[in-house]
Every structure is written in structure tokens, then in C-alpha cells.
Design a protein around this ligand. Structure first.
Ligand SMILES: [Zn+2]
Length: 500
């Protein structure tokens, strides 16, 4: 099996072959730290953390860099509005961002460079581009001349006439071409001293695009493997990164460009008044969402969709995903009751499959191992985490069915218990690639736990009643549960319940 990734540059799925065999350098554009992150900012980190985990699973040595934009127009404006220092604001919001990353189990970031710490490198790159006549100075600003890059537009696949200038650059009349962008911005008198850096062109600060070119080069080299970010960054930000880096170094900048889909918010039920929109946006701030929902649920929700597709975010969608997650937690609880702690580690099916003796045991082992192959095929297909989570669900069903048919609830035999436990370990090994189920969920994260346990008991009592032909009793259980708003559904592989 070989990994294929969809490359925005070529618009194709390509076989992944890193620049240096066995090693992968990955750069993902990080936050501008001026406001608390919202759910949309969680998507990229969760996706690329999962990509790193999968590359590591495939034995690549991965270095992952996420930049922190701590010098920027919006930061300066927000610090002024709050009456605080730019640096103070940036540090506060960075802490807030990192706390959210921790809750989402985003653990793979190796370097978090800040733009303000790379000013020397940024100035050097500007000088080199000026020497190459690819950049020019106007009144203390330095602009990149896009005509210096013969294939400008190759990432966004836009023709020159379609290109709109980014909103982050002021439209200067002195520019050679309307889409030339600022590499360096001259300081304005009203700006605070802490964002004024000395340069050969007078005091100023870097433009947004160049920081990524400089920091990726410093930490990953002039050519690296994966450059990621949200689809909204393709133009102009990533296009400009390519233009300045490839013009400066005369080398390919990044080999594979991976872009995640954006988050769509369900605002249908909200009247468009500013106050209500502001309230809704506040609810979508990551810190607030994480008070309401466990990080594991948000991560699971994000990974349930293929990463290039847009994610529809709503409380209803999250509630549906919460039910899905419960199926895993219930399996782990059942396993704990019947065959030992599922979080303790233990032999996997690879180690135990030879002990399978009976036909049902052999069939079960084969089914779980086949599902593992499918999971890995899903991941090899451009990190199809949506397919992979679906495959894990099938594994849950297979394990539950095996536990049922082997009568583990009423004892069962030790070998069957061991095989069920090993299958759960196999499932958890795969889930770890997605950053899921690494830790036991906190009790408050599963408020339905007692309800699930009681319903499991009711379903078993009803099954026993039916077995001994006590139909009046089994009907009574079903009817009274229905009166309480719980529907039972008998399926070939067992009875399930749902509310309503
Ligand atoms: Zn960037």
C-alpha cells in the first residue's frame, strides 16, 4: 500500500515520496494571535496532527512547524482597543491557543516560531530579493514584484486578470503591479514602538506572507515536503509564499500542498442582528466550546469528515457525533466488565491470532484484521479519516457481536475473552493514529454512562424473559420503556435502543 495525497498544486492525488527518504518536513500556517481561536481554527491543527501521527505510523521521522503571527495589523489594532501591549496580547492569546490544542489532543507540533523572533532572517530575504530585482523599495516599504515569478498563480490556478489583491496589503499607487505585495512595511508614527524594528529601509515590520517563507526555510530547509493550511489561504497567502521563496532560492519550495476545508456554521436559526451573531460567534470560540463539549468529541467530529470537505458545524451535528462516540465508550466499558481494563494495554490480535481455535474465533480474528487493512487503506487514500472512523465503527460492531455470540456476559471461555480484549487493543492502536481513545474519558464527559448501563441490563432481562417464553414480561418492559420515551429495536446482531 502506498500513501497518496491530493496536491493542490497539481490538482491530483499523487504518491507521497518525501524529499529525503524516511524524513518529512511539514509546515502549517498558524494563528494570528489577536483574538481567541474559534472552532474553525481547530480544524487545521487536528487534521495535520492526525497526518503527522499517520506518517509516524508509517515510520517517517516527521518535523512539524506551526507559526505564530505575533506582529500584524489586526494585533496592533486589537491591542490598542484593549489598551494593552501588542506583546502582552500576543502572549495571552498564544497561551489560550495552546490550551485549546492540548484539550484537542494536538500533541505533534515540534516548533512554534514567532514572526517577531525571525526579523533578521526576514530582512535578509528582503535584501536578497531586492538584489535579484524581484523586490523594490518605496518610501520605506518593500514590495515583491510578481512579474519576477514567471509562474505566479500556479497554486491557485488563477489567471492574472482574476487575481484580487489581498486585503492585508494597502493598495499603494507606487506599486509596479497592482498585485505586488508588501514584504516589509514602514512604521507609522502612531504605531507602538514594540512593533517597530530597525531595517536598512528604516523602522518597520514584516508583511504577513514573508514570515512563513523565512521560518519554514530556517526550520525545514529551502525545500520541504508538506505545506498545509486552510483553503482560504491558497490565495494570496500561499501563492505569495511560493513566489518569494522560489524566486529567492531558485528551488521548489514545498512539494505537496494540502488544504483543509473550512467550517460552515449553521446560522439559519439566528436572525441576522449583530447582537445575536456576536453571541453565536462567542459560543463558537474554542475555549467556550471546550467548556461545553469534551475535546475528544470535537476532535472526533472534525475527523468524521474527509479533510478537504467543508465541515458543517452545529450543536445537532455534535449531538449526533456524541452518540457515535458513545458506541466506543460503551464497548470499552463492556470490555472492562468482562475481560479487563481496555486502557491498560495488552496483547493485540497479531500476537494472539494463532490461539484462535474454533471456526467462529478464526472468523472473528479474520474480520477484525481485514477491517484494520481497510482502515489503513482509508488513511492511505489522502488521509480519509471519515472512512477510517466508519471502519472503526464496524470493528465495534464486530467485537460486540463476538462478545454476544460467545456469551461473554454469562461467563464465556477465557480464550474468547482474550481474543475480544486483543481486538479492542487492535482497535485502540488504530484509534491512536487519529488521536482518539488514548486516555480514559473523564467521568463527566459521559453523562449518559449510567443510562447506558441500565439500558444494557434492561435489554438483557428482556432477552432472558423472551428466551424463557415470558412474553408478558418482555412486552411489559418494551411498552413501559416506550412510555418513558425509549424505543427498542431488535436487530439480527442484538437489540439497540434510542430515545424517542
Ligand atoms: Zn503562512
Amino acid at each position: 500500500m502506498s500513501l497518496k495525497v491530493f496536491n493542490t498544486l497539481t490538482q491530483k492525488k499523487e504518491i507521497f515520496e518525501p524529499v529525503t527518504p524516511g524524513k518529512v518536513g511539514m509546515y502549517v500556517c498558524g494563528p494570528t494571535v489577536y483574538k481567541p481561536s474559534h472552532i474553525g481554527h481547530a480544524v487545521g491543527p487536528v487534521i495535520f496532527d492526525t497526518i503527522k501521527r499517520y506518517l509516524q505510523y508509517k515510520d517517517y521521522q516527521v518535523t512539524w512547524v506551526v507559526n505564530i503571527t505575533d506582529v500584524e495589523d489586526k494585533l496592533i489594532a486589537e491591542a490598542k482597543a484593549q489598551g494593552c501591549g501588542v506583546k502582552d496580547l500576543a502572549e495571552r492569546i498564544t497561551v489560550n491557543y495552546l490550551e485549546a490544542m492540548k484539550e484537542l489532543n494536538v500533541t505533534g507540533i515540534d516548533h512554534l516560531p514567532k514572526a517577531s523572533e525571525y526579523i533578521d532572517g526576514i530582512i535578509r530575504m528582503c535584501e536578497r530579493l531586492i538584489e535579484k530585482n524581484a523586490a523594490y523599495v518605496v518610501n520605506g516599504d518593500v514590495y515583491f514584484d510578481i512579474t519576477a515569478d514567471a509562474d505566479y498563480g500556479k497554486l491557485s490556478h488563477r489567471k492574472a486578470e482574476d487575481q484580487q489583491s489581498g486585503t492585508r496589503d494597502l493598495a499603494g499607487e507606487e506599486k509596479r503591479n497592482p498585485n505586488d505585495f508588501a514584504l516589509w512595511k514602514a512604521a507609522k508614527p502612531e504605531e507602538p514602538d514594540e512593533v517597530k524594528f530597525d531595517s536598512p529601509w528604516g523602522p518597520g515590520r514584516p508583511g504577513w506572507h514573508i514570515e512563513c517563507s523565512v521560518m519554514s526555510c530556517a526550520l525545514l530547509g529551502e525545500t520541504f515536503d508538506i505545506h498545509g493550511g486552510g483553503m482560504d489561504l491558497i490565495f494570496p497567502h500561499h501563492e505569495n509564499e511560493i513566489a518569494q521563496s522560489e524566486t529567492c532560492h531558485d528551488k521548489t519550495f514545498a512539494k505537496y500542498w494540502l488544504h483543509n476545508g473550512l467550517t460552515r456554521f449553521n446560522t439559519k436559526k439566528i436572525s441576522k442582528s449583530d447582537a445575536e451573531m456576536a453571541k453565536r460567534m462567542n459560543e463558537l470560540v474554542l475555549g467556550n466550546l471546550l467548556k461545553k463539549y469534551p475535546g475528544e468529541l470535537l476532535r472526533f467530529f472534525i475527523l468524521s469528515t474527509q479533510y478537504r470537505r467543508p465541515i458543517e458545524f452545529s450543536d445537532e451535528e455534535l449531538a449526533a457525533k456524541s452518540k457515535g462516540l458513545d458506541a466506543f465508550y460503551r464497548l470499552f466499558e463492556r470490555m472492562e466488565r468482562l475481560a479487563g481494563d481496555p486502557y491498560a494495554g495488552g496483547p493485540t490480535l497479531d500476537e494472539l491470532h494463532a490461539t484462535a481455535d474454533t471456526d467462529p474465533e478464526k472468523a472473528f480474528v479474520r474480520e477484525v484484521l481485514d477491517l484494520r487493512v481497510r482502515f489503513l487503506e482509508d488513511m492511505d487514500d489522502d488521509f480519509n479519516t471519515g472512512g477510517a472512523t466508519g471502519t472503526l465503527f464496524e470493528m465495534v460492531t464486530a467485537i460486540n457481536r463476538f462478545m454476544d455470540t460467545q456469551n461473554l456476559e454469562s461467563g464465556g471461555d477465557d480464550r474468547a475473552k482474550q481474543l475480544a480484549a486483543a481486538a479492542v487493543q487492535t482497535l485502540r492502536d488504530l484509534a491512536r493514529i487519529l488521536g482518539l481513545f488514548e486516555y480514559r474519558p473523564r467521568r463527566e464527559e459521559t453523562p449518559d454512562r449510567l443510562a447506558h448501563e441500565l439500558m444494557d441490563i434492561m435489554i438483557r432481562v428482556r432477552a432472558e424473559a423472551r428466551k424463557s417464553k415470558q412474553y408478558a414480561l418482555s412486552d411489559m418492559i418494551r411498552d413501559q420503556l416506550a412510555a418513558a420515551g425509549v424505543t427498542l429495536e431488535d436487530r439480527p446482531d442484538g437489540t439497540i435502543w434510542r430515545r424517542g
